[in-house]
Write a protein that binds this ligand. Structure first.
Ligand SMILES: Nc1ncnc2c1ncn2[C@@H]1O[C@H](COP(=O)(O)OP(=O)(O)O)[C@@H](O)[C@H]1O
Ligand SMILES: [Mg+2]
Length: 264
């Protein structure tokens, strides 16, 4: 049995009177690639932040990479888990240079603070930017990038520390059709590569699930509606319940499509 990378038991996150997450049970193994799908406000970003050690749950138990998550080991954990999320990108200073943004990830930092980088790190940062089609942006400031360019730079950054677990929060949101397909293609290639870290990708569109993803979790109102192999979870019944609309769901080759049942 492949090793467990994530284990959540009875996990809840309460803010004031709302449960942003409630009673989440979830186990991810080393050879799996997961998508988390659900409408806006379902708790997907909150769940990723829990898995990255950026938020501690108010209830339940979390184990990441075999270690129980407590206050003491969060820094170590954060260096082993890569995350690309608008929730993190919002904290990047607008004037930050792209190359520095990627380089600082090896120290788990946001914002360059006078560290010295060796040329090995610089080469790796440029290679990662190149792998996501943005080597030409290295001297640009993060604040001047388009939405699509920001997404790619964030993914490159999330890989810089060579994470064992990679969490991608809506990597295709805000991209045009060509940009979306390009990024999904790169993630699919990554998902198929056995040397890649374990991947968890969040989206609210089944069309944005790349090829190569093996498992899916559906979320609604902070809770898990269904979890398991993609083909068993992405049924019309499950997805209709998840989004609160009767849906027609189709699989076309390696991708998925959903639309509302037309009125009669
Ligand atoms: N800091 C916060 N305080 C209170 N509620 C929040 C906070 N951040 C998010 N929420 C709420 O928690 C719920 C889950 O949010 P989120 O995890 O961002 O959902 P998703 O990523 O699925 O759209 C939403 O209802 C959102 O409004
Ligand atoms: Mg979100």
């Amino acid at each position: 049995m492949p090793a467990e990378v994530l284990r959540l038991r009875g996990v809840g996150v309460r803010r004031d009177d709302t449960m942003m997450l409630a009673d989440v049970d979830w186990v991810v193994h080393e050879d799996e690639r997961w998508v988390i799908v659900g409408p806006n406000g379902a708790g997907k970003t909150t769940l990723l932040q829990v898995a990255a050690g950026l938020i501690l749950p108010t209830e339940g138990l979390v184990e990441v990479l075999g270690e129980p998550v407590g206050h003491a080991d969060l820094d170590e954990l954060r260096s082993r888990v890569g995350i690309a999320s608008a929730a993190v990108a919002d904290q990047v200073p607008r004037g930050e240079k792209v190359i520095d943004l990627v380089l600082t990830a090896s120290y788990g930092l946001l914002g360059r603070g006078g560290e010295d980088y060796d040329s090995f790190d610089v080469i790796r940062a440029v290679e990662l930017l190149d792998a996501f089609g943005c080597a030409h942006l290295i001297r640009r400031r993060f604040g001047t990038l388009s939405e699509g360019e920001r997404k790619r730079v964030q993914i490159a950054r999330s890989l810089m520390a060579d994470p064992e677990l990679l969490l991608l929060d809506e990597p295709a949101a805000g991209l045009d059709l060509g940009g979306r397909e390009d990024v999904l293609g790169r993630i699919a290639a990554f998902a198929h590569d056995p040397r890649s870290p374990v991947l968890v990708l969040v989206t609210h569109h089944v069309e944005e699930v790349p090829d190569g993803f093996t498992h899916a979790m559906l979320m609604r109102r902070g809770m898990v509606l269904a979890a398991g192999r993609v083909g068993e979870v992405f049924t019309e019944k499950n997805l209709s319940r998840c989004f609160g609309v009767p849906l027609i769901v189709e699989r076309l080759a390696t991708r998925w499509m959903a639309r509302a049942v037309p009125p009669r």
